[in-house]
Design a protein around this ligand. Structure first.
Ligand SMILES: [Zn+2]
Length: 66
């Protein structure tokens, strides 16, 4: 199973989830089509559930209430 990555938007710095083989992704916060090869990979998780848990933790650490 392909791991799920947590990447940081190159424009607004928001965190989002992406599949490992995905090349681009629309940022849910600013709508930018993010090139996932250029975006910073914050973390990787083995399952989508694990990834969403990590994402939630990252957001709470930043005080990001969305
Ligand atoms: Zn963004």
């Amino acid at each position: 199973m392909a791991p799920t990555l947590i990447v940081k938007c190159t424009k607004c710095g928001g965190y989002m989830l992406s599949a490992k083989d995905q090349k681009t992704k629309i940022c849910p916060y600013c709508g930018t089509n993010v090139n996932l090869h250029k975006a910073q990979r914050v973390a990787a998780a083995n399952t989508a559930f694990e990834a969403s848990e990590m994402l939630r933790k990252l957001k709470s650490e930043r005080g990001f209430n969305r």
